[in-house]
Ligand binder design. Structure first.
Ligand code: F6R
Length: 242
């Protein structure tokens, strides 16, 4: 696991560099997309490089990590809509080449299985962007998740719902209780994992991720088994590293 400590803006540029070099080498790159605050500066940087340097996503495919269950199709916090707004529509990425698990499907387990199949059919994810929850989740694999898990329905912890209430006018009751999420086993099949974390509130999770024992209680620790994992953190998020 490679750990880089730098100011947030530099971290975003480093993540964008990794994505850009993958896209320039192989325009049909398969990108794994995270939502939440952590990747926003990366998406800004990619949009800038698209506008100023002609970086193209026209042949790329995108797979989102997760999705809330039951948010209306036009809800601005539905992750499909967030990804469309934050990156896909700011670059030349055809809408049908960016996919996520379908949180409005009638048959949610079938939608999860279909999603796994679509990732496989695309040849797997080349580069997966990740954030980390204060409780050590990646995607929405909350503490206790099987390290071998696949895309499935999960209950969000109270902590995650409190953390995400800022996207729902500060009202935790409006944060959905369930989600569909890629499993830890699914994520571990990506060829390169790039995790971003900034801020003191992430310091304990980053400490566990890098230095803790591998355990389902801190799901991100499974990344210690990955052959190509890059952890990009600012000073505050790195403050508990030894
Ligand atoms: C979002 C996701 C989550 C977030 C995590 C950190 O798609 O998979 O694991 O990455 O909750 O969220 P932020 O970046 O908002 O602190």
């Amino acid at each position: 696991m490679e750990v880089v400590i730098a100011p947030a803006q530099e971290l975003a540029a480093l993540a964008a560099d990794a994505i850009e070099s993958s896209l320039r080498r192989r325009p049909r790159t398969v990108l794994g997309l995270a939502t939440g605050s952590s990747p926003l500066k990366v998406y800004d940087e990619l949009a800038r490089r698209h506008a100023e340097d002609g970086l193209s996503f026209a042949e790329a495919q995108g797979f989102m990590l997760d999705e809330y269950v039951g948010l209306a199709a036009d809800h601005p916090e539905r992750y499909r809509n967030v990804i469309a707004t934050e990156i896909a529509e700011r670059v030349d990425w055809p809408a049908d080449q960016v996919r996520g698990p379908d949180g409005l499907a009638e048959d949610l387990p079938a939608a999860c299985a279909a999603y796994e199949e679509s990732i496989r059919a695309a040849g797997g994810v080349d580069l997966q962007l990740l954030g980390i929850g204060t409780d050590g989740h990646i995607a929405f694999n909350e503490p206790g998740s099987s390290l071998a898990s696949r895309t499935r329905i999960k209950t969000l912890t109270r902590q995650t719902r409190v953390d995400n209430a800022r996207f729902f006018d500060g009202d935790v009751e409006r944060v959905p209780t369930h989600c569909l999420t890629q499993g830890l086993g699914t994520i571990m099949e990506s060829r390169h994992l790039v995790l971003l974390a900034t801020g003191k509130h992430k310091a304990e999770a980053v400490h566990q991720l890098v230095e803790g024992p591998v355990s389902a209680l801190w799901p991100a620790t499974v990344m210690q088994f990955h052959p190509h994992a890059t952890v990009l953190v600012d000073e505050a998020a790195a403050s508990r590293l030894q």
